[in-house]
Ligand binder design. Structure first.
Ligand code: ZN
Length: 303
């Protein structure tokens, strides 16, 4: 029988998880705390973590006692980005999906990554940005590439003075991470510098650019973040939800949503181009190669 399934591809999933709880959840005093819990791997985001985060955010939205959500990373760093090389890398593992894009894991060509990233990166990030309760990212250490996406979808960002922000994926031939908020988080000229160089941006500079609300000494980060959350938690739920919608709407009127759709298409041209040239959608870079290239680039870097 000539089955349409002949175009489908069998892929094996070899992920080995170091934890069954990639996101920790707790609630106290009207504030939900979601903690990225892969500290051994600097909170690299595999699908296991992404779906756990989606579920935890839903839990926080559904809990009427929760007024504000704090998203933080356990360990030294907020998040080193998407998982491109830990034993728990699970991009070919099917999960129960949050949107109506079909399962990517058995799809050929560019369809595989396009469907996956519509779901787990662009789709999830938009959904998280639009959830109706205020969210605060509490950032220490590295907030790199996919880590930026998690911080950027939050309404407020509080960073420690040792935090840094970086999107080095241009090195892979890719024009920035999937949730392309760079020219909105920074002004366009600074966004170009940020991407063209791939350099780290200090918390202080991010504060000057308006990307970060507060910069605190590391030992005061938690206290300061929760004081801010507690103040917001005293406001009425609907007042907060409507305010958030109004400001997000202004951003979308300024083109954020449509700009992101175009950037996502260019992003996927880059993945496909890499695949044509090298057989690898990331242009041959895994986590180790990126760290090495980062170190080499840091030789000429001032921050
Ligand atoms: Zn991508």
């Amino acid at each position: 029988m000539n089955s349409p399934d002949s175009e489908f591809v069998e892929r094996e999933d070899h992920a080995v998880y170091e934890t069954q709880e990639p996101v920790l959840y707790g609630v106290a005093d009207g504030i939900a705390t979601l903690t990225l819990n892969r500290p051994t791997f600097n909170n690299a985001q595999n699908s296991q973590m992404t779906y756990a985060l989606d579920a935890a955010l839903r839990q926080a939205v559904d809990d009427d006692t929760v007024k504000v959500i704090v998203l933080r990373g356990g360990g030294k760093h907020f998040s080193a980005g998407h998982d491109i090389g830990t034993p728990g890398r699970d991009i070919d593992k099917p999960f129960e999906r949050a949107h109506l894009w079909w399962d990517h894991t058995n799809k050929p060509g560019g369809e595989r990554l396009y469907a996956r990233e519509q779901e787990v990166y662009l789709g999830m990030c938009r959904r998280w940005r639009e959830l109706p309760k205020p969210t605060i990212a509490m950032v220490q250490g590295a907030c790199v590439a996919g880590g930026l996406m998690l911080a950027w979808v939050c309404d407020l960002i509080v960073a420690s003075d040792d935090a840094f922000f970086q999107d080095p994926v241009v090195r892979m031939g890719i024009p920035g991470v999937e949730y392309f908020a760079h020219p909105y988080e920074l002004n366009p000229r600074i966004a170009k510098e940020f991407l063209f160089t791939g350099n780290r941006m200090t918390a202080e500079r991010a504060f000057q650019m308006g990307m970060v609300n507060q910069v605190l000494p590391r030992d005061q980060l938690e206290h300061g973040t929760y004081a801010l959350a507690a103040q917001i938690a005293r406001q009425p739920r609907m007042g907060l939800a409507l305010t958030k919608q109004a400001i997000n709407h202004v951003e979308d009127l300024q083109g954020k949503r449509t700009a992101m759709d175009a950037a996502f298409a260019w992003h996927h041209f880059a993945h496909a181009h890499n695949d044509l040239l090298s057989g690898d959608t990331l242009g041959g870079f895994d986590a180790k190669a990126m760290v090495q290239a980062n170190k080499a680039a840091a030789g000429g870097e001032r921050s």
